[in-house]
Design a protein around this ligand. Sequence first.
Ligand code: ADP
Length: 277
Amino acid sequence: MIEMIESEILDQSPGISWDDIAGLEFAKASVMEIVVWPMLRPDIFTGLRGPPKGLLLFGPPGTGKTMIGKTIATESGATFFSISASSLMSKWIGEGEKMVRALFAVARVNAPSVIFIDEIDSLLSQRSEGDFEASRRVKTEFLVQMDGVACSQEERILLVGATNRPQELDEAARRRMVKRLYIPLPDSAARQQLVTHLMRNQSHDLCEMDLQEIANLTKGYSGADVKALCTEAAFNQSVRPINIQDFKNALRQVRASVSDKDISNYIEWNQQYGSFP
Ligand code: ADP
């Protein structure tokens, strides 16, 4: 199991920095203050000022939650473990519980560590009645391990959970992820920054005004949607430089993937449970 963790879950080179992430200034500043500095200087941040052991990143899919998890590891010099909760539940049928225990043990040996769990709602959801015995045991083991980490002052392990469905988390899960940051859709400035960044190595003849127009036309697009749009627009690139018309054509193919209704649900959950500066 240790071997499996090291080959499949341990991410050797997250290598992502804040500069790769467009927008999200509030989230970046909060993450530095709440988790990275305390991880770098555990001698200063002690007792009540000790780093939180659980952080939840929630918001629509494709907005940079995974990127933030990786950046935390890069910035804090921590070992990065990354696994999706659904693969933990399905791939290790019958072994999930042992797997969770082994994962935390390996993280402890390699501390400081960041354990990133994608789709954490499927691991810690409140729908427990119909749950299979096996998945209930995995959930229990996971909560036990998190409590172990939370109780120890010197254990430098941070659990980062990401979810598109924060509403599914129960009270036990929320309590263990004390800091909860909303990762929203990119605003216009962030979308422009992202398009500029994605186009930097491409041959194109987009001027500043074109880039602004693209940013205006992509209201409601997630970062992943903007990336898909750029890929679509670059389709003819081998023949000639990418231009604004390519983007206008691509806009008809690649639409925003998140609905307004979803967004209002996130905002509501954020107001009730989110962390603010
Ligand atoms: P999720 O929020 O679902 O974890 P990811 O972090 O995996 O989303 O982002 C998916 C892809 O979308 C990234 O690999 C990146 O290319 C792009 N992306 C999303 N948000 C951003 C952002 N804020 N800045 C730069 N790229 C982004």
